[in-house]
Design a protein. Structure first.
Length: 196
């Protein structure tokens, strides 16, 4: 070799059987996306094919809360003496004070929700809060000799509402709302008793 010639550099050869590739940020992102997609597909298949029983719902004894609420004498406190066979009370809360309110939440034997909401507010306020701000009013129905308003929303909720009066004055409103079939919600409303 002459002094003017530079030695040629040789790239090291890859071991036999292994291809050489360029590592890039784009390749890393692509590999991560493929991995995440595989995990999501696996989770979706697992959720669809899982034979696990649904998590059992914890039932609450609502009778103590009914007694406490009725003893406060701020609201009528509409509640059934007992729930239909297979139903579970899942929540029961009474808030006392100036804005007293009563709530009883239940699940039917088909795991559909039916709840009672009661407060010293208008029916409109209860409907907007617990059904939908754009709920549609249907025809009134008579249940247990009392006239109830019917309300529905786009999400499939069905509600019954009426004012509770003391003499001529409306003192509070009660709402029975749920995702259960209309006839079950009506039967439940018929079973409600007040504390008077």
């Amino acid at each position: 070799m002459s002094e003017s010639e530079e030695p040629t550099r040789r790239e090291p050869e890859a071991p036999a059987g292994r291809a050489r590739y360029e590592r890039s940020f784009g390749g890393l992102v692509g590999a991560m996306l493929v991995t995440v997609l595989a995990v999501v597909v696996f989770a979706a298949i697992r959720a669809v094919t899982s034979d696990q029983e649904p998590i059992p719902v914890r039932a609450v004894d609502y009778s103590a809360e009914v007694s406490r609420a009725r003893a406060d004498k701020q609201l009528v406190v509409m509640a059934p003496e007992q729930l239909p066979l297979g139903w579970k009370a899942t929540s029961a809360t009474y808030r006392d004070g100036v804005s007293a309110s009563w709530h009883l939440g239940t699940l039917t034997d088909d795991r559909k929700y039916v709840g009672v909401e009661e407060a010293r507010v208008s029916i409109k306020d209860l409907v907007e809060e617990h059904v939908d701000t754009k709920a549609d009013r249907g025809e009134d129905v008579t249940i247990g000799g009392e006239a109830w308003q019917t309300w529905t929303d786009a999400g499939g909720d069905y509600a019954l509402a009426r004012s509770l009066q003391d003499g001529e004055a409306t003192v509070e409103s009660v709402l029975v709302v749920g995702t259960a079939p209309e006839d079950e919600i009506r039967e439940f409303a018929a079973s409600l008793q007040d504390g008077r």
